[in-house]
Design a protein around this ligand. Structure first.
Ligand code: ADP
Ligand code: MG
Length: 234
């Protein structure tokens, strides 16, 4: 494997158990998954099969019971809280189903504050935010607040915001669940384009298998067990 194709997200033998009354529920059962830079992977499977749990572990938001999470070669499971938070901030973009935008801020400001909190100058943050709004097709809406944007436009702001930190890994949980078909299609196409443009390793949880052909590979979960990813179309 060439250096270019080294996985930037490497989950190895991940187990995640939650307490459940007197027993435990195994949300992830020895899950192994590699995602390379520029690869767009669909993660499918029934409700409750562990898809969101897998994203939470990959995002380093939840520490697994067992196994390792490597992001750009760094083992997140071996880090202290502060170092893990820094790794997440520098390497991981997270896009949930609901955009969670702040009601009082404009589209541009939603992006600027996350970068400014990272320590960039306000001016650099504003320039980068404007560029990313352009990438997601919202150059003309930079001054709009969430209530002035459509659901699809809010999800585009959410995607642009996740890109502000130049992530290596993009984790996306059912980005189209609240959108109609046409808007869903354009959101998945946008994720395809940003995956290519920024060479991120993208994992998208989706229940819409019709969007799988826009991705490179597909892996399916059932009862916490992940079947090996396979290339789309094979
Ligand atoms: P999916 O995203 O595929 O619907 P989840 O990852 O949300 O699946 O859930 C996988 C399993 O883990 C389910 O049985 C769910 O009830 C359980 N689970 C998820 N989060 C928690 C939690 N915070 N505490 C206890 N059980 C949880
Ligand atoms: Mg889920």
């Amino acid at each position: 494997m060439s250096a270019l194709n080294q996985p930037v997200l490497k989950l190895t033998d991940i187990t995640l158990e939650y307490p459940d009354g007197d027993g435990i529920v195994t949300a992830l059962d020895r899950v192994t998954l590699d995602v390379a830079a520029g690869e767009f992977l669909s993660l499918i499977g029934p409700s409750g099969s562990g898809k969101s749990s897998l994203l939470a572990v990959a995002a380093t938001l939840v520490t697994p019971t067992g196994g390792t999470v490597l992001i750009d070669g760094v083992d997140a499971t071996g880090l202290r809280d502060a170092a893990r938070t820094a790794l997440r901030r520098d390497k991981v973009g997270i896009i949930f189903q609901q955009p969670n935008l702040l009601a009082s801020l404009t589209a541009l400001e939603q992006l600027v504050i996350v970068d400014h909190l990272r320590g960039d100058s306000l001016r650099a943050a504003r320039e980068k935010a404007a560029q990313l709004l352009d990438v997601v097709g919202l150059a003309g809406s930079a001054g709009k607040r969430p209530h002035q944007l459509s659901g699809g436009q809010r999800q585009r702001v959410n995607i642009a915001r996740a890109l502000m930190g130049d992530p290596s890994v993009l984790l996306v949980d059912e980005p189209t669940a609240a959108l109609d078909h046409e808007r869903s299609d354009s959101i998945v196409r946008l994720l395809r384009r940003v995956t290519d443009t920024f060479s991120v390793a993208t994992v998208m949880v989706t229940h819409d298998t019709e969007f799988v052909p826009l991705t490179d590979s597909v892996a399916s979960m059932r009862d916490g067990v992940l079947a090996a990813a396979r290339p789309v179309g094979v």
